[in-house]
Write a protein that binds this ligand. Structure first.
Ligand code: HEC
Length: 105
C-alpha cells in the first residue's frame, strides 16, 4: 500500500513537470502559429515597421494585459487596429503562454 502511494506521488510530480514544459514550449509555437512574427519579427525584436513595438524581453504581465486590451478594444490607440483582427484567434491561455515566452527572449 505504501509503495503504491509513493508511485502515485512520483507519477503526479512527473506529470506536473511535463505540463510546465508544455506551456513553455507552446508560447514559442503559438507565436509562430498565430502569425505574430509577421509583424513583430521572428525574434520578436525586428518589427516590419519602425512604429511597431519590439516584444522580446517585455514583462509578461504587461504584454498579456496589452494583448487582452487590444483584443477587447479597450486599447485602440496608435496602430492597435492593425493587430486587433489576429487577436480574435488568440485565447487568454494562448496570450498567457506567448507573454511568458516573450519575457524570456
Ligand atoms: C498585423 C500586424 C500585427 C500582428 C499580426 C500582431 N501584432 Fe502585436 N502589435 C502590432 C502593432 C502595430 C502594435 C502597436 C499598436 C500601437 O501602436 O499602439 C502591437 C502591439 C503589441 C503588443 C503591445 C506592445 C507594447 O509595448 O505595448 C503586444 C504584447 C503584441 N503586439 C503582441 C502580439 C502577439 C503575441 C501577436 C500574435 C498573437 C501579435 N502581436 C500580432 C501589430 C501586430
Amino acid at each position: 500500500m505504501k509503495l503504491k502511494a509513493t508511485a502515485l506521488v512520483a507519477g503526479a510530480a512527473l506529470l506536473s513537470m511535463g505540463l510546465v514544459g508544455t506551456v513553455a514550449a507552446d508560447g514559442a509555437a503559438l507565436y509562430k502559429a498565430k502569425a505574430c512574427f509577421t509583424c513583430h519579427g521572428a525574434d520578436a525584436k525586428t518589427p516590419i515597421m519602425p512604429v511597431y513595438p519590439k516584444l522580446a524581453g517585455q514583462n509578461a504581465d504587461y504584454a498579456y494585459n496589452q494583448m487582452m486590451d487590444i483584443k477587447s478594444g479597450k486599447r485602440a490607440n496608435g496602430q492597435s487596429a492593425a493587430m486587433k483582427g489576429i487577436m480574435a484567434t488568440v485565447t487568454e491561455a494562448d496570450a498567457r503562454a506567448i507573454a511568458d515566452w516573450l519575457a524570456t527572449q
